[in-house]
Design a protein around this ligand. Structure first.
Ligand code: ATR
Length: 286
């Protein structure tokens, strides 16, 4: 599946019009997507602009289709990622498996959707486990939408021997494990005694810059790597503790850039100029 590069409808003076891409969400004004995508559009010399659009539950599907069919596209964020799926004409395996869409565009008059959060996580995983040997056990905290994308990604990732899934509400972890029916997934009630090489935080704890989903020092086996999907102004509380303990850790900024690079590649058929999005994010005052 590959998007055809496009520049929008013809303008009145024969110049191609500027295509509009948007992140659809509610609320959405805090989104960093316009900053990083507009930087990539400029660097990649695309005739396109990227905006944030606050849309209601009723609006999100029709707006998505209109943007795509006019030659643009975009992203979907909280709380509409699941809601827009019925409005797609074609969906990627990642959308089918996770029930969520974060990237859309049109090809040959059909609206396509993908979930590049999966690809973003897979790339972060590959970078994280580079240099580690043998089969790996991952402890995933959180069985909401983010947890579901992480668990499915892990089942596609190389060298994953076991996925231990913890959730504050245990029934959600059990339901998610049942949904994927892969015997490498084990829901766990208590995470302190679980031994895993990599810990992934897919809960929303830490978004406020204060809470930690787990006290790493209290774990019987301390993980060797941390992937925190949360991001904020500085390092998350979990990443701060990891660094104090000498554990390599990445936070959600890493995945934000990776999923955005994957989205750009869907729209234009090639990746954005290297490093542009990461630099745009790094220089952003937020
Ligand atoms: P998302 O799509 O971002 O995953 P979500 O579906 O609302 O959002 O899920 C949020 C996740 O964070 C859930 O796993 C939630 O646990 P519950 O299923 O028990 O609600 C988890 N979470 C939120 N606040 C938490 C807290 N204070 N401690 C532990 N887990 C928390």
């Amino acid at each position: 599946m590959k998007a055809v590069g496009r520049t929008g409808d013809a303008g009145t003076n024969g110049e191609p019009a500027v295509a509009t891409y948007a992140v659809l969400g509610d609320p959405v004004s805090h989104s960093l997507s316009p900053t990083i995508h507009n930087a990539a559009f400029r660097a990649g010399r695309r005739r396109a602009r990227y905006v944030a659009r606050q849309v209601s539950a009723q609006e999100c599907g029709p707006v998505l289709r209109e943007l795509a069919l006019k030659g643009g596209g975009g992203n979907v964020t909280v709380p509409h990622k699941e809601r827009v799926v019925p409005f797609l004409d074609r969906q990627s395996p990642a959308v089918s498996a996770t029930g969520a869409c974060n990237t859309f565009w049109a090809e040959d008059g059909l609206v396509w959707g993908d979930n590049t959060d999966v690809e973003g996580f897979l790339e972060a995983w590959a970078a994280t486990v580079d240099g580690m040997s043998g089969g790996l056990r991952a402890l995933v905290l959180g069985a909401g939408g983010a947890g579901r994308a992480v668990v499915w990604a892990l089942l596609q990732a190389p060298r994953v021997e076991r996925v231990l899934l913890w959730n504050r509400t245990p029934g959600r972890a059990a339901a998610l494990a049942l949904q994927f029916s892969d015997n490498r997934i084990t829901p766990v009630r208590e995470h302190r005694d679980v031994g895993a090489e990599v810990l992934v935080n897919a809960t929303s704890v830490g978004l406020d810059g204060r809470g930690r989903p787990v006290d790493l020092a209290s774990l019987r086996t301390v993980p060797r790597r941390i992937i925190d999907l949360v991001y904020g102004r500085g390092p998350t509380p979990l990443c701060r503790q990891a660094r104090e303990l000498g554990i390599p850790a990445v936070d959600g900024r890493d995945m934000l850039v990776r999923q955005a690079e994957a989205a750009y590649a869907r729209w234009f058929g090639e990746p954005p100029p290297r490093g542009v999005m990461a630099r745009a994010l790094g220089s952003q005052d937020w």
